[in-house]
Design a binder for this molecule. Structure first.
Ligand SMILES: *Cc1c(COP(=O)(O)O)cnc(C)c1O
Length: 393
């Protein structure tokens, strides 16, 4: 049996997996078990911010392996305390909870918002507003927040009262608000649903609506946060603050950790016994978080993202001009989507065959999430591969 066949035999078929079996990575390239080389333009879905084998990152983890990897949340560790302080200080928020994934971050944020509502109103009958084409994770709670029927329909009855509004349509949100609305959850830049950025008036309008009505504004930056869009968090480009922020993916940059981070008002609603996680924020994954912050600061990654993403956008604009099968492009920083007329999955496959890994975001958007350290030359490599591939469509 090949490794691929062995995988198909023993894994539940939750994914339609691609044929190459990945062996190892180096810089911004991945290598499969047959020795083929791939330019990484997806970072393991927005996770591997510093590519593969980035010395400051791997050395920090190796050092932590020899100290201690896990103690549970019976105790603080120097690593977890440092990581929590850095996340709170960098975001301007008050307190956080470390979990292991994005879905756990959105679920935890939801629990905190509902707990606050319960303490205010004395009733557990809250409602939540989310958005069509959103993505908030795959657990039964998080999939309810996700405004996409395909991810939900087989798994009913779903828990939570959730209604779905349209992104960038403030009136569609206002129409759903009731006196039971506890929270609105939104991605400032939708990832999975098609790389759709919120407009500034819309996100600022949501903030004002939440302030006026006493609703908790939850920003899900699991994909668009941690430097991906050229600022530490995407909301920083909108001049607003969340009440609760959800993080995962890039915060660990290759190890499983997530977080929900609350301002002082909502943080107070969390009391001992309300929530927990055995692994959440253990010293190994927190050492990674600390390395991520060190690298972002010391190696001037945000400035690099701002510069290299301009080069990428220029390249995508050129493709839009050159090819009839390209309708346009959208995104912020190093989270970009190319809108194509053919099936995005067909373009994705053709790109991978030519040695560049991109992914999709909905039926007609090819999504790009390269490592934050990608160079202009590597961007050119990807754009030129698009040129070669798009000719076939
Ligand atoms: C990936 C993602 C999640 C879910 O994260 P997991 O770690 O897969 O549970 C939630 N929200 C957004 C915006 C995401 O991109």
């Amino acid at each position: 049996m090949t490794d691929y066949e062995c995988g198909e035999r023993y894994f539940l078929h939750a994914y339609g997996r691609l044929k190459p079996v990945m062996d190892h990575g180096e810089g911004c390239y991945l290598y499969d078990t047959e020795g083929h080389k791939y330019l990484d333009f997806y970072s393991g879905i927005g996770v591997n911010s510093f590519g593969y084998g980035y010395p400051k990152y791997t050395e920090a983890l190796k050092k932590q392996l020899d100290r201690v990897t896990h103690v549970s949340n019976y105790f603080y560790t120097p690593e977890s305390v440092k990581a929590a302080k850095r996340v709170c200080e960098a975001t301007g928020l008050h307190q956080l909870f470390f979990c292991n994934s994005g879905a756990e971050a959105t679920e935890g944020a939801l629990k905190l918002a509902r707990k606050y509502y319960y303490m205010e109103k004395g009733k557990a009958d809250s409602e939540v507003i989310s958005f069509n084409h959103s993505f908030h994770g795959r657990t039964t709670g998080a999939v309810r927040l996700t405004g996409n029927e395909n991810y939900q329909k087989a798994f009913g009855p779903l828990i939570n009262q959730v209604k779905y509004a349209d992104l960038n349509d403030l009136d569609s949100v206002k129409a759903l608000v009731t006196d039971k609305t506890a929270a609105i959850i939104v991605e400032p830049l939708q990832g999975e649903g098609g790389v759709n950025p919120c407009t500034k008036p819309f996100l600022q309008g949501l903030r004002k609506l939440c302030d006026d009505k006493g609703i908790c504004l939850i920003l899900d930056e699991v994909q668009c946060g941690m430097g991906r869009t050229g600022t530490l968090m995407t909301y920083m480009q909108y001049d607003i603050m969340p009440d609760i922020l959800c993080l995962a993916k890039g915060i660990g940059a290759g190890v499983p950790i997530g977080a929900f981070v609350a301002n002082e008002k909502y943080a107070k609603a969390m009391e001992p016994g309300d929530h927990g996680s055995t692994y959440g924020g253990n010293p190994f994954v927190c050492a990674a978080v600390n390395a991520v912050f060190d690298i972002l600061e010391e190696d001037h990654i945000l400035e690099h993202v701002q510069k290299v993403s301009k080069h990428l956008v220029d390249g995508l604009e050129a493709l839009t001009q050159e090819f009839d099968c390209v309708e346009g492009h959208r995104g912020i920083g190093l989270m970009q989507g190319l809108v194509v007329k053919p099936k995005a999955a067909d373009v994705e496959m053709a790109m991978i065959k030519e040695g560049v890994i991109v992914i999709t975001a909905g039926p007609h958007v090819v999504r790009m999430l390269p490592p934050l350290i990608i160079s202009e030359e590597q961007v050119d490599e990807a754009i030129n591969t698009f040129r070669k591939v798009l000719k076939q469509f």
